[in-house]
Design a protein around this ligand. Sequence first.
Ligand code: GLN
Length: 555
Amino acid sequence: MAKKTKYIFVTGGVVSSLGKGISASSIGLLLKSRGLSVVNLKCDPYINVDPGTMNPFQHGEVYVTDDGSETDLDLGHYERFLSASLTKDHNLTSGQVYNTVITRERRGDYLGATVQVIPHITEEIKNRIKRFEKTENPPDVTIVEIGGTVGDIESLPFLEAIRQMGLEEGRDHVMYLHVTLVPYIRTAGELKTKPTQHSVKELRGIGIQPDMLLCRSEKAIDDDMRKKISLFCSVPMNAVITAEDVSTIYGVPLNLHAQGADKIVCDHFGWELPEPNIVEWEKMVETIINPQKHIKIGICGKYVHLKDAYKSIIESFVHAGVTSKAEVDLIWVSSEEIKKHGAEKFLHDLDGLLIPGGFGERGVEGKIEAIKYVRENNIPFFGICLGMQCAVIEYARNVCGLDDAHSYEFYRDLKHPVIHLMADQEGVTDLGGTMRLGAYPCTVIKGSKSEIAYGKTDVSERHRHRYELNNSYREMLTDNGLMMAGVSPDERLVEIVEIKVHPWFVGVQYHPELKSRPTEPHPLFRDFVKAAVTYKESKPENKKKNEADEVNVSK
Ligand code: GLN
């Protein structure tokens, strides 16, 4: 008999931002480590077809997959925790679902029927959730995270669809996991279970009885309280799991495993499996918790107040830090402040600077000033996408002497548009899904720092941009010392620039942060962090300290 895929549905209650994505990823990791094949997917209840057109202020980072889909940042967690490579099929939105149903209705596919949320929208949701079951290698388990919070109007069709699946697949093939909040009321010095009770009541009102609760809390939840939650929510006490705040998200799977969460899943589905093999993961978490060095890296961007906009970059530094056994302290620097007060004030004691991707001209002059400072002061620099484009503009202006060098993205009548529109972007007017998106091959030039990092010359990286280095300036930039360290295989597009006579100055047109994994850091982030450690240790004051330490040791 063909194996039947089991489903774990992850819902959230009380408030958003409880870490449903991390919970779904952690359960996925534990099951995968027990030898199962696992697929994670995310349902987003908003009407946008994808998050590509959304402001990162509202929605956080847009996570681009290999196949060029612009998806929710939770897919980043899934890829990082499960070392998976996901596609457009792993993120479905109300926008996509309604788009499909309405297109079919216009074609007359519904043969005169009244098209309704139930059954037509819910049917389409279920088909999309179940699409992996119909592939050549159906997964053992599909973990489906439902975005939003139970009680939101817009998530109702998704909750109805997963309720129906419990009925249709059979309750021993479906598990409902509810992530909820047990707040600590400081003035009373008490944890409160009432919001959890209400949220589970709401879920049961829709017809879904959770099988497991993950109770997020800033304090440990004692057994009396778990018993109370168990009683009111009708969930066995051993399945009331406490998910206390931890210092690193990578510690969450270990915490869940310690409480037997993955065992409960196995018991529910009748699986007898070996204990998960998480030795590597434990070592990695141990290194993150006990760093031996500390470095400070500045991130100079537009959205410095909203860390979710740079989620993958932040995680990449955690991964890269593991190799150097270093904690990377990220210092958020506003490019507009640099423009106002100069770069020295903000950058003088940093060990490295990263300029991330971005859109729009706001803050660009500050970024260019910051790059000039680190270039001239030999501070390690890593530019990503817009960050690389800014590095090219800075070099053209201050080294090649092209005073008004700029990007065609910001000004159309430039004398020196050193960053220009890609040829295949001419005439594109729609904003959604029209950039150069997804994985493209890149040839890394021998002898570059990037080649040292990658240890090979053929790589594949993910892109999300419209503009590129203008080929008319390639020769001039090269002649003045900017190395074209990576190009597309047909050599038409410059993908990496480097400065040879600098300790570590690398700009990439793509987004390496999307491919970094906790136990497999991205080579460029890894080497950037190493360069920052070396830079810090070579500062005169640290050199003296290191020598003194050596003397102490040899005594
Ligand atoms: N705005 C730039 C472009 O479209 C850079 C994009 C980015 O940094 N992701 O080319």
